[in-house]
Write a protein that binds this ligand. Structure first.
Ligand SMILES: NC(=O)c1ccc[n+]([C@@H]2O[C@H](COP(=O)([O-])OP(=O)(O)OC[C@H]3O[C@@H](n4cnc5c(N)ncnc54)[C@H](O)[C@@H]3O)[C@@H](O)[C@H]2O)c1
Length: 349
């Protein structure tokens, strides 16, 4: 029997709970599996945790950014349809952000929406993607450009899943953790800097604190602005440049690593345009380099890179919107940035 140390109840809406603990998932999974439960499971997670995995109504999904597509959506819809999933069916998503985003989109659209729960298994999905109800897929090369907001009924975060993450996947999640510090909480950023060795050693006490703190911040932001009309958009800090990096590199740079570089470059851009103070740039650089993140990116194909930025869903006819951190621990949206301004910035770095 594992332990549950946090229950963030009804943080986001009336039906939404986040349970954080360790070692409790085997029992939770045993309690699932009635005739109307369907499971979409990351294939690697299924293999690593085969002893606790469900045996029936399981769709094994190969989580890969190239697979975050409408073809995958159709395949999972077909799985539900063939399994005679009805409107009272429930989709249980076990995996990282890709599984959660695709599966959440399927659940939100199958029969105009069935309920779903998220069981995130990567650091990134625990601190970010599983909470808040953004679901979606990449479409025609544009990141997350098709999707809906749909809240899961419950998010179950079992820290034990982190034990099997590779160092690279673990660090991928750390980037999103740093983002919370830059946008919302300067002290939290310093905590991450001071405790770098314990974070990287995956010290249980430190990780429990980090995941709980990030989920708390995310839940609060989503409570205020579920559909990303303002406040929530600040969590896109680093993401406009990051999505261009992911697309230009054909996803060889993973989401978190792209966000890390994006946070640095967007802050550098902001400082050069007098939108952020130099201390913010110093701070993000200091923390990212302490963790070993790359803060530079060599564009491979300018058309693809800048094309991805203009196709970004944060862009409109008047230009790009950047979520920046003008001062460490704060965030701000800057609208109507012309792509030409961004092109000249990249010509100079
Ligand atoms: N919806 C949102 O609000 C939101 C927020 C941030 C990021 N995202 C999206 O999340 C995605 C990235 O998520 P991710 O980093 O979790 O990627 P992911 O889902 O691809 O998982 C990364 C890799 O880790 C493996 N894995 C998963 N759990 C494991 C475990 N416990 N042990 C060993 N290996 C494991 C997977 O098989 C995969 O190879 C991106 O597509 C990004 O756009 C969404």
């Amino acid at each position: 029997m594992g332990k549950v140390f946090v229950d963030l109840k009804k943080q986001v809406d009336d039906s939404y709970e986040i349970t954080i603990g360790s070692g409790f998932i085997p029992d939770t999974l045993k309690s699932f599996g009635a005739g109307n439960d369907f499971f979409m499971v990351d294939d690697n997670v299924f293999r690593l945790y085969s002893d606790i995995m469900p045996t029936e109504r399981v769709y094994r999904f190969r989580a890969d950014e190239h697979n975050k597509t409408h073809e995958s959506v159709v395949a999972v819809l077909g799985f539900l349809f063939r399994g005679e999933c009805r409107r009272d069916g429930r989709l249980v998503l076990i995996g990282g952000g890709i599984t959660g985003d695709v599966g959440g989109f399927v659940a939100a659209t199958y029969m105009r929406g069935i309920s779903f729960v998220q069981i995130p298994t990567t650091l990134l999905s625990m601190v970010d993607s599983s909470v808040g109800g953004k679901t979606g897929i990449n479409f025609r090369g544009a990141k997350n450009n098709v999707g809906v907001f749909a809240q899961p009924k419950h998010v179950y975060i079992d820290m034990d899943f982190l034990n099997t993450l590779t160092d690279e996947e673990f660090l991928n999640g750390v980037a999103e953790v740093i983002k919370y510090g830059m946008v919302y909480d300067a002290q939290f950023l310093e905590y991450l800097y001071d405790n770098k060795d314990r974070v990287l050693a995956r010290d249980a006490e430190v990780l429990d604190y980090i995941v709980t703190r990030c989920c708390g911040m995310k839940a609060e932001v989503v409570r205020i602005d579920e559909k990303e009309k303002g406040e929530r958009a600040l969590l896109n800090f680093g993401h406009t440049f990051a999505h261009a990096i992911e697309t230009d590199s054909d996803h060889s740079v993973k989401h978190g690593f792209a966000v890390a570089t994006g946070m640095y470059l967007e802050t550098d851009y902001a400082v050069k345009h007098k939108l952020a103070d130099a201390k913010a740039l110093e701070d993000i650089k200091r923390v990212l380099t302490a963790y070993g993140f790359d803060i530079k990116y060599n564009i491979i194909n300018k058309n693809v890179f800048f094309g991805a930025m203009t196709a970004d869903k944060k862009a409109d006819k008047k230009g790009l919107t950047l979520a920046i951190s003008p001062k460490t621990g704060t965030g701000k949206l800057v609208k109507n940035i012309s792509i030409d301004q961004v092109i000249s910035y990249f010509a100079g770095v």
